[in-house]
Design a protein around this ligand. Structure first.
Ligand code: SDX
Length: 432
């Protein structure tokens, strides 16, 4: 019998029966009630739509304390990493669990650089889309199709193949994202340059043209790299859980990442950064803020304050703080006086003093400021979620790798509370 101290007892008052379940404790964060034997012992399920109280897995990658507004990757705070690290080093940290030595970093950097090209045939995929296709639709299609080209990294039971697939995805996402943008504006595709850093290369492939030399601004490259770091991973969010569930069926890694891109596209999730800009454009002027706050509070109005609120953070999203600072720096450097930023700051100030938002602990999240900085950098709003997907790919593939390497890993298969009709006999159409 397990020690009573480390168990939870559930009593079914309809039968008077009691059941003990073990309490499990991680290195930090809430304890969990191990209910894996619940159905076998009680014939009952738990019920938790939206998984607000459910730990779907054990993980060592990212820890979030929503009440304190903390975010740590393998123990390092997001503020520390955004200030002192770079995106590729964070990729190494998420994939391998430790910060790399100088030699390890050099090797990893070279490996990623040498995977930035995509198969030449893949370039033809873009021609099949309309020029005005949403870039996320193209990303889902092209990334899912990578499994048709890289047959030597599809065997998920082979550690080497899993590693090559992870490297290919991290390296090729910027190339595919830049091609998606070029296709949408009818400009020629640009090839990656091996002498540029990860962020510089992406900006080069996105904004350079074959007609003239293009110097990547170090300020923009630094801001881009920081934005990638802020979006790298975020525990078991909707798109990461989608990738884990897809991966649990042993689907290949490229298909799993495509499923993550699909889930991220929603405006309640990664699509919010694009939705924030549309919302600010709709509000238009700070005099209209009270009207839109009233709409956000009106249960009969579908309008929500995009970029506000979070399932986990009931405090400031630490990423939003870093993003807001970067926003001011970039706009100052570029000498851009964007009224959207002033409007966003006024909206944030008023909302944070409003009882409805205070009572519900609704604070700005990572998406509230990211759109403003991306717009200042020259990206169209339709590309904002593509950049989120580009950066989150390392989180998705690291979580996927952790799941595949989990010895107890099994296919995810939730149950339900059935509220439909019970058994009834078929009635011929002429008797209905
Ligand atoms: C991301 O999970 C992650 O980690 C995601 C992410 C990541 O890095 O992967 O952090 C990225 O997706 C950030 C979130 C981006 N989405 C948005 O900014 C869209 C706007 N936000 C809302 O849709 C909402 O806040 C969610 C979806 C983010 C969270 O919703 P929850 O946890 O389901 O909260 P809820 O809907 O139960 O809200 C609780 C209350 C409700 O009011 P009551 O029923 O209690 O009266 O707060 C209200 C909601 O109506 N509310 C809002 C609101 N968000 C919640 N009211 C107005 N505006 C909002 N934005």
């Amino acid at each position: 019998m397990s020690d009573k101290k480390n168990t939870v007892t559930v009593t079914d008052n309809s039968t008077g029966k009691s059941y003990d379940f073990n309490l499990l404790e991680g290195t930090i964060g809430p304890k969990v009630i191990d209910i894996r034997k619940l159905y076998a012992e009680t014939g009952m399920f738990t019920y938790d739509p939206g998984f607000t109280s459910t730990a779907s897995c054990e993980s060592g990658l990212t820890y979030i304390d929503g009440f304190e507004g903390l975010l740590q990757h393998r123990g390092y705070s997001i503020e520390d990493l955004a200030e002192n690290s770079n995106f590729l080093e964070v990729c190494y940290l998420l994939l391998h669990g430790e910060l790399p030595s100088k030699q390890e970093m050099e090797k990893f950097d070279n490996t990623i650089t040498n995977h930035t090209l995509i198969h030449e045939q893949i370039r033809h995929f873009f021609q099949g889309f309309r020029r005005d296709a949403h870039p996320m639709a193209i990303m889902i299609g092209v990334v899912g199709a990578l499994s048709a080209f890289y047959h030597d990294s599809l065997d998920i039971t082979d550690e080497k193949q899993r590693e090559i697939a992870a490297h290919r995805l991290i390296a090729k996402m910027p190339t595919i994202a830049a091609l998606t943008y070029k296709y949408s504006i009818g400009q020629p595709f640009m090839y990656p340059q091996n002498d540029l850093s990860y962020a510089e290369n992406f900006l080069y492939m996105t904004f350079a043209t074959p007609t003239e030399d293009y110097k990547v601004s170090p300020i923009l490259a630094d801001a881009m790299d920081k934005i990638f770091i802020l979006h790298a991973d975020h525990e078991q969010n909707a798109s990461t859980s989608t990738v884990r569930l897809a991966g649990s069926s042993k689907a290949n890694p490229f298909a799993c990442i495509a499923s993550g891109i699909a889930s991220l596209w929603g405006p309640a999730h990664g699509g919010a950064n694009e939705a924030v800009l549309s919302m600010l454009a709709e509000i238009g002027h700070k005099d209209n803020i009270p009207k839109y706050l009233a709409k956000a509070k009106d249960k009969n109005d579908p309008f929500r304050l995009m970029g506000f609120g979070h399932r986990v953070y009931k405090n400031y999203d630490p990423r939003a703080q870093v993003m807001r600072k970067a926003c001011h720096e970039v706009l100052e450097e570029l000498k851009i006086d964007d009224p959207m930023l002033d409007l966003a700051m006024e909206l944030e100030k008023i909302a944070l003093e409003d009882e409805y938002f205070v009572q519900r602990k609704l604070f700005p999240n990572v998406d509230f400021y990211s759109g403003i900085i991306l717009k200042a950098m020259g990206f169209p709003t339709s590309m904002f979620t593509v950049l989120f997907a580009l950066a989150r790919t390392v989180g998705w593939i690291s979580q996927w790798k952790e799941m595949i390497e989990e010895p107890t890993q099994k296919i995810g298969r939730p149950r339900q509370l059935f509220t439909g009709p019970t058994k009834r006999d078929y009635v011929d159409i002429d008797k209905r």
